[in-house]
Write a protein of this length. Structure first.
Length: 189
């Protein structure tokens, strides 16, 4: 039998998915509203698309050790989930359309239809912090459960988004736009 290695990220992602799955199952058995302080999976079809995609999560929910601060509507081809830890560290997970191209950047988590990228104020050159990647993997488990019932219309792949909305690279963790070094509004004469 060939020797197959299992990466630490895969093992932790599987563990995180199991924890989220078990939490969702126990919340469902307990009445549905405990996990998200929001709707059950059955009520998700009546929600806006971004809420349906992430149901039963809502602002105030907890994913692993992170609090959900906000789930933003589909903007510039992505849905942003703002998260904050107990220490005050904040970041966002952006849900975009999955890009099947072998040249596409690999997201920390993906589903059949969507790719989840961590937006932590970096420029994409630094590796994703492990805990933030695990949060993206846990969110991907929720998205995978809901995606059969949610349209992916309007979602862009990362490449399409950067082409159509170059400012998306400059989005700060809180969703505001960070001025870049070549921003004419901040350039000195």
């Amino acid at each position: 039998m060939p020797d197959q290695s299992v990466s630490r990220r895969l093992a932790l992602g599987t563990l995180a998915g199991g924890i989220v799955g078990a939490t969702l199952a126990s919340a469902s058995l307990a009445g549905g509203d405990d996990l998200a302080h929001g709707p059950t999976l059955e009520g998700a079809a009546q929600l806006p698309r971004e809420a349906s995609l992430l149901a039963p999560l809502a602002a105030g929910s907890r994913v692993l050790s992170w609090d959900v601060v906000a789930i933003e509507p589909l903007t510039m081809g992505a849905v942003r989930v703002q998260l904050e830890g107990d220490s005050g560290v904040a970041f966002a997970v952006e849900v975009l359309a999955r890009d099947g191209s072998p040249l596409a950047a690999r997201p920390p988590a993906s589903t059949a239809k969507f790719a989840l990228y961590v937006s932590n104020g970096g420029d994409g050159r630094m590796p994703t912090a492990e805990e933030q990647g695990l949060a993206a993997m846990a969110l991907a488990q929720i998205v995978a459960n809901n995606e059969p019932h949610v349209s992916s219309e309007g979602f862009l792949t990362q490449g399409e988004r950067l082409e159509a909305h170059p400012v998306a690279l400059l989005l700060h963790v809180d969703g505001s736009t960070m001025p870049g070094p070549f921003d004419p509004a901040t350039a000195r004469a």
